[in-house]
Design a protein around this ligand. Structure first.
Ligand code: GLP
Length: 235
């Protein structure tokens, strides 16, 4: 794991953007993308650049069950408004929150991932150490699956909804096994509320209780954190 400490998320977005340009220069064609507030500064850098993404494919990590792309809390809507509308890609995959047969759909999403191996994966970090929507306790063997969201995640994400009871209770998420197949991974985290998860991800034992800690077992992982998120690290 390589750790890059920055002053704030704007600076972090610029660092991620530089790494992104390097990855493109190195031939990256398939991006693994994340939603949430964390990657926004990175997406802003991309949108304000002169990069052409029209030969790239993207695969998103997750989506709420029950929301379709027209709902402004859906992750499809997030991606369209923060990146895809301004910078069209060749193909973009976000799990279908309205899929009728979820058990069949997660297998279909796995096939999409297998057909488009991810070169460069963006990850945020949940306050409880989740990546994608892989909550603490999730087996590292999982591929795409349906997740029952934990109470702490529902609370943390309630800020994007009118009221907490509107937060869907389930999501479709790429599994940890799928995420770990990516050639390169970039994890970003900003703010003091992520400091504990950041410390455990980098310095704690590798355990399913802190899903992001598995990233310690991979070489091509770059962590970009601001001062507040780094504040609990011992060095
Ligand atoms: C959400 C998403 C994750 C995201 C994380 C952090 O629940 N499923 O992909 O990385 O939680 O969210 P935020 O970036 O808003 O802090």
């Amino acid at each position: 794991m390589k750790v890059i400490k920055v002053k704030n998320q704007q600076e972090g977005g610029k660092v991620a953007f530089d790494l992104f340009k390097e990855a493109l220069a190195g031939g990256a064609k398939v991006l693994g993308l994340a939603t949430g507030s964390t990657p926004i500064s990175f997406y802003n850098e991309v949108v304000n650049s002169d990069l052409d993404l029209s030969n790239l494919t993207s695969i998103n990590l997750d989506e709420y069950v029950g929301l379709d792309g027209t709902s402004d809390q859906s992750y499809r809507y997030f991606m369209q408004s923060h990146l895809f509308d301004a910078k069209p890609l060749k193909e973009t995959f976000v799990p279908d929150g309205k899929a009728k047969d979820l058990a069949a759909y997660v297998k279909e999403y796995d096939k999409i991932i297998d057909a488009h191996p991810i070169d460069w994966q963006v990850l945020g970090l949940g306050q409880n150490g989740h990546i994608g929507f892989n909550e603490p306790g999730t087996s590292t063997d999982m591929t795409t699956h349906v997740v029952d969201l934990q109470e702490s995640t529902i609370k943390a994400n309630a800020r994007f909804f009118e009221k907490e009871s509107d937060v869907p209770r389930q999501a479709i998420s790429m599994g940890i096994a799928s995420i770990m197949k990516s050639k390169q991974l970039i994890v970003m985290a900003w703010g003091a509320e992520k400091a504990e998860a950041v410390k455990k991800m980098i310095e704690g034992p590798v355990t399913i209780d802190l899903p992001a800690s598995i990233l310690q077992t991979r070489d091509n992982v770059t962590v970009i954190i601001d001062e507040a998120a780094a504040s609990k690290l011992s060095n």
